[in-house]
Design a protein around this ligand. Structure first.
Ligand SMILES: [Zn+2]
Length: 165
């Protein structure tokens, strides 16, 4: 694989299509490992808590963003939060039109700092709004592997109570 043509005009972009094999191993890190294990085993979210700043981080961080303290206190913060912001996608990756639009949102879990980017599901697109309460929907436990894809998305709150901040 190489560019076989001579480049005479350097202001005109050229390209070739091919595939580049890329192998990698992604590691979650210490806090991420506990976060995804809680999703897999318990269907809940863990946060790390900074006692100095009184902030809980989801996803959990090993160090506090504000005071740089090492964080090793993990707390179960449940699965309920609210839509911090969202976007509606009408096109596929190749530019073709989707049959149904998909909604990606940043969801902030109640009482925490940070957020999770995931799909909104089970709510009509025109009804989605910033600040709307939502709850995580997980795959059945037998299908979970410890990944962000163990979450199907966030949907309307079923029967759990929202935590206060
Ligand atoms: Zn702190």
């Amino acid at each position: 694989m190489a560019i076989t043509e001579k480049l005479n005009n350097t202001t005109k972009p050229t390209f070739w299509e091919d595939r580049i094999p890329v192998n990698y191993v992604y590691t979650y890190g210490l806090a991420g490992e506990r976060f995804f294990r809680a999703i897999k085993d318990k269907g809940t979210f863990l946060a790390t808590y900074c006692p100095h700043c009184e902030i809980s981080f989801v996803p959990p961080k090993a160090y506090c963003d504000h005071c740089f303290a090492k964080l090793d206190r993990y707390v179960d913060v449940g699965t309920v939060g609210f839509v911090e912001t969202f976007t509606i996608s009408y096109e596929n990756m190749d530019g073709s039109r989707k049959k149904e639009p998909t909604v990606l949102a940043m969801v902030r879990i109640d009482g925490t700092d940070g957020g999770l980017i995931h799909y909104i599901t089970g709510i009509e697109v025109e009804d989605i709004a910033i600040g709307m309460p939502v709850e995580a929907i997980f795959k059945p436990k037998s299908k979970r592997v410890g990944s962000i894809e163990d979450i199907v998305g966030f949907g309307p709150i079923r029967n759990s109570k929202r935590r206060k901040k």
